[in-house]
Design a protein around this ligand. Structure first.
Ligand SMILES: Cc1cc2nc3c(=O)[nH]c(=O)nc-3n(C[C@H](O)[C@H](O)[C@H](O)COP(=O)(O)O)c2cc1C
Length: 219
């Protein structure tokens, strides 16, 4: 039987409440980690880092960033089985470009010194375009992190897990709590993963999207 891939998008939903008693098997968490690691990024930039909270203590640290207007997101973070924090590099450095080139060489993609040199020049030309022409390296890097976010959400659905993309948190509080600034990182998005609870109001309401005619232009 051919798999109808649209089912994953139609059935998944942003879980609004989690069952705190259920834990995601370690093997599935490993698969989610692999999906993040193998997510594509422009010029293979991989400008991300991922923090995975599996303990109550770890989740409580993350929940510190859900004060005030973000308080509605705290129970999701505390009750989900695991919480993924997707971080983005703060600065686009030449050292990071060098690290990409070295990794690609180790992985067998740059067999000659010349290939390595050309690859480095290409990467630097893109980096310079964003640093000096568009002056948007942070925004450019964070776009890549959101591709990883999409990979994570669809992968969770395929594994029949619930997940919630969350931008509603105080990123400065979280960056400080986890010492991200010292590591050259900023927090971009949170994703609790687990099994929705009986009180998840979003589990049983119809999905709402603009009609296809409004979204597509065929030429
Ligand atoms: C980047 C992003 C940030 C979001 N932030 C939050 C959030 O802070 N809290 C929350 O409950 N839902 C959040 N959502 C969930 C959206 O409201 C939800 O995905 C949207 O209404 C579509 O519904 P569905 O995911 O159930 O199909 C976020 C979604 C995305 C993609």
């Amino acid at each position: 039987m051919t798999l109808d891939i649209t089912q994953y998008a139609r059935v998944r939903h942003a879980a609004k409440a989690y069952d705190p008693t259920r834990k995601v098997p370690a093997a599935q968490i490993e698969q989610l980690r692999a999906m993040l690691r193998f997510a594509p990024s422009s010029v293979n930039l991989q400008p991300w880092h991922f923090v995975v909270a599996s303990t109550d203590a770890g989740k409580a640290r993350i929940a510190k960033a859900t004060h005030g207007i973000f308080a509605y997101n705290a129970p999701k973070i505390l009750n989900a089985s695991h919480v993924f924090l997707l971080c983005t590099r703060h600065t686009l450095t030449d050292a990071h470009i060098d690290a990409i080139v070295e990794q690609e060489a180790r992985d067998g993609r740059l067999p000659t010194p010349d290939a390595k040199k050309i690859r480095r020049e290409t990467l630097l030309s893109y980096a310079d375009m964003h640093r000096y022409t568009f002056r948007d390296p942070q925004a450019w890097m964070e776009k890549q992190t959101y591709i990883a976010l999409g990979f994570l959400l669809l992968s969770a659905a395929e594994l029949e897990l619930d997940a919630t993309p969350i931008e509603g948190f105080d990123n400065v509080v979280l960056d400080n709590e986890l010492g991200l600034r010292e590591r050259g990182l900023v927090s971009s998005a949170l994703v609790p993963v687990g099994y929705h609870g009986a009180d998840d109001f979003n589990a049983n309401v119809p999905k709402s999207r603009f009609p296809a005619e409004a979204l597509f232009t065929d030429i």
